[in-house]
Design a protein around this ligand. Structure first.
Ligand code: ZN
Length: 268
């Protein structure tokens, strides 16, 4: 029903309506407990988010279950987006060095920020999927055949994409190919705390089965602790940044970051 209504509303109008709604919603939640670094606003609480699907709890998929104080009421940044911001701000020079950046399936809050920065040559691509209508702002892309030269980018951000891709090894090798030597990428995925080995089942084709098996209708696997090995196989050096194990200059509680969520950063 929701997607039928979306189809009737022109894209530009949908964006305007959502913008107006977000302004009102952000205003209603104004307060001092939480801070969103993307829209630079403070809130008394954030919106809840996540899904209540049994396999998410059974396999302890980090950052996927239903939780309070997850979504910024003003710009819709998620806890995982705010972790990305924290990393970019405190562990990289992305806010002041000249950088060519490739952003795959861009998160709205991060796209607005990065695309506005004059030091960044910003390229984004997304695979159009039913249900992601309002994010249809960028060029279509097949991540298993990236239409760019070898070593074209200093930085790649590709979060929560690989769990949708059947041949993720090919996608990871393509990301490696287009990254410059000395470059780095953030490659977040939903990951199980308890699975040693990634769970896949190629017979799970229909959305209902995928939701039951993997926790979302369009996921094709649940990554386990061997995700790191999959990245290393392509040639990447993998480093994880845990919010509670790293030192940060800002108050993590205010950002409402999930303390269990490691940020996967790869280097070439
Ligand atoms: Zn925000």
């Amino acid at each position: 029903m929701k997607s039928a209504i979306k189809k009737l509303i022109p894209f530009w109008l949908g964006r305007k309506l959502r913008g107006a709604y977000q302004k009102v919603s952000g205003f209603l939640y104004t307060g001092g407990s939480y801070y969103c670094p993307y829209c630079k606003k403070s809130f008394r609480k954030l919106l809840p988010g996540g899904s209540d699907i049994p396999v998410i709890y059974e396999k302890q998929i980090i950052g996927a279950g239903y939780r309070q104080n997850n979504v910024c009421p003003r710009c819709y940044s998620l806890d995982r987006d705010r972790l990305v911001y924290l990393f970019l701000q405190e562990k990289t020079t992305i806010f002041n060095s000249p950088i060519t950046l490739f952003h795959v399936a861009p998160e709205g809050c991060l796209r607005v920020l990065l695309a506005s920065m004059s030091n960044i040559t910003y390229v984004a691509g997304v695979k159009y999927l039913e249900g992601y209508y309002y994010e249809r702002l960028t060029d279509l892309l097949d991540i298993t055949s990236i239409p760019f030269d070898n070593e074209a980018f200093d930085v790649i951000i590709c979060n929560h994409v690989l769990e949708h891709i059947q041949d993720d090894a090919l996608a990871i090798s393509e990301l490696y190919r287009v990254l410059k030597p000395g470059g780095w990428a953030i490659l977040q995925v939903p990951i199980s705390k308890i699975l040693e080995t990634t769970f896949e089942d190629p017979t799970a084709i229909d959305p209902e089965t995928r939701e039951r098996f993997f926790g979302q209708f369009d996921h094709v696997r649940i990554y386990g602790q061997d995700y790191k090995n999959r990245l290393e196989k392509a040639g990447f050096i993998v480093k994880t940044y845990n919010p509670t194990k790293e030192k940060w200059a800002v108050n993590l509680d205010q950002l409402a970051i999930n303390p269990e969520e490691d940020l996967y950063v790869v280097y070439k």
